[in-house]
Design a protein around this ligand. Structure first.
Ligand code: OOG
Ligand code: NI
Length: 326
């Protein structure tokens, strides 16, 4: 699952322009995210200021509607993972493993970042090491007819919006019309993921702080979780607060999504779930255990994602988690 060699990518002066464009797009996506999610914004500030630290993003994540064309079975209509993946692939990302969540009717792929000049590794946030990208999609064709009809109504009216998913994410704009409140409620009953995607579109679902790249004691995710809770924030406790992969090397936790007031097409205004912030600690792979800490690079650590962890992290936008923590 992991390789000891850094991947090829945006190196050399010819591609400097491409890298800076990619970072500008990420910065716009992040700005939309920070403006809508006060919890994420204040946690990033808190972690930075507590020990005058810089933050590296482990990954960023998006949600999409994966649906087949009406007429052609098994041919995707272009709103799913591919809509956003194409942008990241164009800028040097590499597609990695698929993750499958049959109970939630979801699947996902993750993408590893291109390698970049070493200088950039000193930056903060989107100016630091480029994040992995996690993109999931709802398996729309497995939903009830009622839910499918609603999703198809909106994806259809977006025309070619799906070709500009990254732009939509950077602008924080939906590529389809706003739904009615009852349509949102219908989706919520069947799949909270579907309802989230209908009102948030291609906006960033979360960014993830790489805890092992912090300098203070907060590099230990258990200390960071405690610190976040002591400062009055609620963490997603689905399963347990700390999600641990079977190999014990990928540790993750997340906050509960903020809510935002949303005006539906029928004039009803109601609060809808927005985005959350995640924390991830990647431990050193057994074969590199002997390396002194100062020599440990990111590619010596556990890479990738874990279905069992992700399955619980998806719940960060669910009503049930909000109520359990109220
Ligand atoms: C993604 C949940 C999974 C991870 O790091 O495994 C995830 C989502 O909520 O859309 O973020
Ligand atoms: Ni994540």
């Amino acid at each position: 699952m992991s390789s000891a060699e850094p991947p090829n990518g945006l190196q050399g002066s010819r591609v400097k322009g491409a890298e800076s464009f990619l970072r500008n797009v990420l910065a716009s996506m992040e700005a939309v995210y920070l403006s809508r999610n006060p919890t994420a914004k204040s946690i990033l500030e808190l972690v930075r200021s507590a020990h005058d630290d810089t933050i590296c993003y482990d990954h960023i994540a998006f949600r999409t509607f994966g649906l087949c064309l009406y007429s052609v079975m098994n041919k995707m209509d272009g709103h799913g993972i591919d809509s956003l993946a194409s942008f990241f692939l164009d800028f040097g990302y590499t597609q990695k493993e698929e993750l499958s969540f049959p109970a939630k009717k979801l699947k996902a792929f993750w993408f590893s970042p291109p390698s970049i000049s070493n200088a950039a590794y000193d930056g903060d946030g989107v100016n630091g090491p480029l994040p992995r990208v996690f993109i999931s999609q709802l398996l729309v064709d497995q939903m009830s007819k009622q839910t499918q009809d609603i999703i198809r109504k909106y994806t259809k009216c977006s025309c070619n919006g799906k070709k500009h998913a990254a732009l939509a994410g950077a602008l924080g704009s939906l590529t389809w019309e706003k739904p009615s409140h009852s349509e949102f409620e219908q989706l919520t009953r069947e799949s909270e993921y579907a309802a989230w995607t209908l009102v948030n579109g291609y906006a960033l679902n979360h960014v993830t702080i790489s805890t092992h790249r912090l300098k203070s004691h907060l590099k230990d995710i258990k200390s960071l979780n405690l610190f976040i809770e002591e400062n009055g924030y609620k963490l997603n406790s689905e399963g347990s607060v700390l999600k641990v992969s079977p190999d014990g090397l990928l540790l993750q936790s997340s906050t509960l999504a903020d809510s935002i007031s949303f005006e539906f097409s029928d004039g009803i205004t109601a609060s809808v779930p927005c985005s959350y912030i995640e924390f991830a600690e990647r431990l050193v792979l057994p074969q590199y255990k002997h390396l002194p800490e100062t020599e440990v690079k990111e590619y010596h650590r556990r890479d990738g994602f874990e279905v069992g962890n992700a399955d619980k992290i998806f719940e960060s936008t669910s009503k049930q988690q909000q109520m359990a923590n109220a």
